[in-house]
Every structure is written in structure tokens, then in C-alpha cells.
Design a protein around this ligand. Structure first.
Ligand code: NAP
Ligand code: HSE
Length: 435
């Protein structure tokens, strides 16, 4: 490293990378004054050089290339920032950077949640940083507090809204009656969505974040495939309207918790839409904002809140990591994630909560008794039921008392077999009322 001038290699210059270039240009004098570091973007890898150079005129065209491996290997590059997304070639590039003893800052939750142990081991072996504040909850400082401030805290649960795109869609549908498709296009235009937005609406993006949160909160090895995942694609305007009439809000939640009976050995990690009471603090988290509750035995309950997606907030998180990685490298130090213990994942079948079910039925005498019987025979107690619509449009909206997921699934299977049931619509869990 040349004195305190740090050469940055940027892999990707889209929503996040472009915002980082702008933020760094605006703040580099202040950063230099406060830290003694001059952060210099020396090379930028993209797929389409001409388009990126036109989009980011503040950088000389000569820094752009479509050879990402050459950026990583360039001796003028001291720290690599990976904001290209996806698994390949991002994985090979990050591993190559770490093997060359170059610290890496990444916003890539999909990569970390599927190849985390390999990447963290490579960083530890090379004794360089692999920092990823931007990978979870956009601009909210959450990863560093969990990794550092709360390292000694017996954390029992992390729960929150961690996907800005879906929170934006659900808010626009609930508050302005905008259609799902329109709201998704808006979220894409605002730079919140992933390159493939099915990762947002299908829950995979939130699942990757849930896996990362569980890993760092509990010090265990949780893979994205360990996360029971449902997205918002099945949520209808009617579900949202029902929720509103009954004092609830629909939110996509990520929840990671230890098994109260055996906190060291088993964790449950899931992502799904949930009905939460409109008085719950998460109900007021609107648009692309995220919020995460962290519950620990000693500290009690903490709430982290802020912008969860978009170029500016995410670039802010990347830049904080970049300054940290650059100064750690100058001092010859690095932060390690430590030992990640193997852990047993609690099956979703063991979950206990209340449920909302929308059941489309034929509007005939005796139907209600048959439908209610399916709940009773599987040990699921009905808390409330309303009939909405008539004739072919007749729907029964049930809310159950707390039940076991496996019993609810058995109820649904039995309902499905009844002649009177035309279709099972949405099934949404209630969160915040478990006791
Ligand atoms: P984006 O707008 O699609 O930008 C991706 C950039 O990477 C583009 O510049 C693209 O080149 C480049 N790229 C992709 N594949 C490449 C390859 N094989 N070789 C060279 N360049 C390649 O994505 P983004 O929204 O900035 O997201 C980037 C990362 O940040 C993702 O991991 C995402 O999950 C994460 N993230 C995003 C947000 C957000 O709000 N957007 C928030 C937190 C984290 P071209 O310009 O030529 O297409
Ligand atoms: N697509 C992600 C979201 C970006 O909407 O939350 C932030 O990680």
C-alpha cells in the first residue's frame, strides 16, 4: 500500500457501485481529514463498459474494464469492493482477492448465505477482512453491532423486516391500493429490487439475510437452504384488506431464534408473510425501510431501523466497511467471524402460532360444519370466522388460536379433500401473539 493512499478495485458499478462512486467523490476530502486515508477508485469491472462510463462520468473511461479478474489481480488494487451480485463469477473473484491478501467488502447476501464458511475461512487464512455490512438491511448499521458490540450477548431472537422491495410493495398496496405489478415496477425503478426481482418477492433475498443474521447472532453455521422460505407472491389485495379491517398489517418477516429448551443446539430460521397487530412497532415500518429487533437475555430488546435498500443507503454501509478495511490493512489487523459451530435446524412443523386462512367454499347448508370439523379433528381451535361474499364468491376467513404448524398442515390437507371446498386461498401466520 502506498503510504495512506488506498487503491480500490470496484467489481460492479450499478445501483450500489454507482452510488458509492458518487459518495466517495463527495466525501473523500473529509475521509482523508478524519482518517488520513485517501481512497482512490483505480479500476471498475462491469459487463458493458461504454454504458457504465456514460452513466458514471465522474470516473475516467480508462478505469472501466470488463475483465473483473484483472481488476482483482492488479497490483495497484489494495482493497476489492464486490457489488456485482450473483454467485458466479463473484465467488471466484472474492476468493482470488482474499488469496492475494486483499481485503474484500461485499454487499452480496446471496453469495455469503450460500458460501459463507468457505469465504470466511479464506479471509481468516489470509488474515484480511471480509466485511459485509451492506448485505443485510441496506444502510442500517446492524452487522457490525451484532459482530462486535453484542458478541458477548446471549441473543435469543432476531426478527424483522429485511427486504425493502417487498415492504415497499406491501405498503403501496395497503395504503394507496396500487396493484402488486405496478408497485414492483416502482420498486425496480427506485433501485430497491435485485437484478432478478423474483429473489425479492419469492423471499430468497430475505432468506439469505436471515441466514446471515442467524450466523452472526448465534455464532453458528446457517445456510440459506436452512431457512424455511415463503415470499409475498400469494398475497392478494383481499388479504391486505382483510388484515386492515381486522386491525392487522401484512409484512414479510425474517425470524431467527434459538430453541428455548436448548439454545446452544437448535435454531429456527424462517421468512414468511405475517399478520402483525397494527400497534406493533413493525407495523409502522413503511415503504423501503427495514427494522430488526434483537432480543438478548442481558440487554433485553433492541430495535434497528432505517433505509433498507437503494443506492445511497447501501453505498453508505459499503463506504463504512471500506474505510475500516483500508485502515485495518494499514495496521496489519483484521476482523474475523470466529468459529462457527454446526447447528441443528428446528423443523417448521414444530412452529406454534396463530394462523389466518382464506377458504373458498360452495355456499350451501352444512358447509360451515364440515369445514369447522376439519379444524377440530386436527386439534386446531378457531378464534374467529367471517363469511365474505356469497354464492360462487363465498369465502370463509378464519383466524385460529395458537396451533402447531404440523396440525395446521393436516387441517389444510383435510380441507382440500372436502367437496364443499373450492380452493384454499392464503394461509398467513400471525406474529407477536404466540403466547
Ligand atoms: P445492479 O444495479 O444490477 O449492478 C450490478 C453491477 O455489476 C453492474 O454494473 C453490472 O455491469 C456488474 N456486473 C454484473 N455481473 C458482472 C460480471 N459478470 N462481470 C462484470 N460486471 C458485472 O445491482 P445492485 O443493485 O447495484 O446490487 C449489487 C449487489 O449489492 C448485489 O449483490 C445486491 O444484492 C447488493 N445489494 C443491493 C442493494 C440495493 O438496494 N440495490 C442493497 C443491498 C445490497 P453492467 O453495468 O455492465 O450491467
Ligand atoms: N433487493 C434488496 C431489498 C436490496 O429490496 O431489500 C437490499 O438488500
Amino acid at each position: 500500500m502506498n503510504d495512506d493512499v488506498v487503491g480500490i478495485g470496484l467489481l460492479g458499478c450499478g445501483t450500489v457501485g454507482g452510488a458509492l462512486v458518487e459518495l466517495l467523490a463527495a466525501e473523500s476530502a473529509t475521509i482523508a481529514a478524519r482518517t488520513g486515508l485517501t481512497l482512490e477508485i483505480r479500476r471498475v469491472a462491469v459487463r458493458d463498459v461504454a454504458a457504465a462510463a456514460a452513466r458514471v462520468p465522474s470516473l475516467d473511461r480508462s478505469v472501466f474494464t470488463n475483465d473483473a479478474a484483472a481488476v482483482v489481480a492488479d497490483p495497484a488494487i489494495d482493497v476489492v469492493v464486490e457489488v456485482m451480485g450473483g454467485i458466479d463469477p463473484a465467488r471466484e473473484l472474492v476468493l482470488a482477492a482474499l488469496a492475494a491478501h486483499k481485503p474484500v467488502v461485499t454487499a452480496n447476501k446471496a453469495l455469503l448465505a450460500s458460501h459463507g464458511p468457505e469465504l470466511h475461512a479464506a479471509a481468516a487464512a489470509a488474515r484480511v477482512d471480509l466485511l459485509f455490512e451492506a448485505a443485510v438491511a441496506g444502510g442500517i448499521p446492524l452487522v457490525r453491532p451484532l459482530r462486535e458490540s453484542l458478541l458477548g450477548e446471549p441473543i435469543r431472537r432476531v426478527m424483522g423486516i429485511v427486504n425493502g422491495t417487498t415492504n415497499y410493495i406491501l405498503t403501496r398496496m395497503a395504503e394507496q391500493g396500487v396493484s402488486y405489478d405496478e408497485a414492483l415496477v416502482e420498486a425496480q425503478e427506485l433501485g430497491y429490487a435485485e437484478a432478478d426481482p423474483t429473489a425479492d418477492v419469492g423471499g430468497a433475498d430475505a432468506a439469505a439475510k436471515a441466514a446471515i443474521l442467524a450466523t452472526i447472532a448465534f455464532g453458528v453455521d446457517v445456510h440459506v437452504d436452512d431457512v424455511a422460505t415463503e415470499g409475498i407472491t400469494g398475497i392478494s389485495a383481499a388479504d391486505i384488506a382483510f388484515a386492515h379491517r381486522n386491525g392487522y398489517v401484512v409484512k414479510l418477516l425474517a425470524i431467527a431464534e434459538t430453541d428455548p429448551g436448548d439454545p446452544g443446539r437448535r435454531v429456527a430460521v424462517r421468512v414468511h408473510p405475517a399478520l402483525i397487530d397494527h400497534d406493533h412497532p413493525l407495523a409502522s415500518v413503511r415503504l423501503s425501510f427495514n427494522a430488526v429487533f434483537v432480543e438478548g437475555e442481558a440487554v433485553g430488546q433492541l430495535m434497528f431501523y432505517g433505509p433498507g435498500a437503494g443506492g445511497g443507503p447501501t453505498a453508505s454501509a459499503v463506504l463504512g466497511d471500506l474505510i475500516d478495511a483500508a485502515s485495518n490493512r494499514l495496521q496489519g489487523s483484521s476482523a474475523s467471524l470466529g468459529v462457527l459451530a454446526p447447528v441443528e435446524i428446528v423443523p417448521l412443523d414444530e412452529l406454534r402460532c396463530g394462523y389466518y386462512l382464506n377458504v373458498q367454499v360452495t355456499d350451501e347448508p352444512g358447509v360451515l360444519a364440515a369445514v369447522a370439523g376439519a379444524f377440530g379433528s386436527n386439534g386446531v381451535s378457531i378464534r374467529s370466522m367471517v363469511q365474505e361474499g356469497q354464492g360462487d364468491a363465498a369465502g370463509l376467513a378464519f383466524i385460529t388460536h395458537v396451533a402447531r404448524e404440523s396440525d395446521l398442515r393436516a387441517t389444510i390437507a383435510e380441507l382440500d379433500g372436502l367437496d364443499a371446498v373450492r380452493r384454499i386461498g392464503s394461509v398467513i401466520r400471525l406474529v407477536g401473539e404466540e403466547s
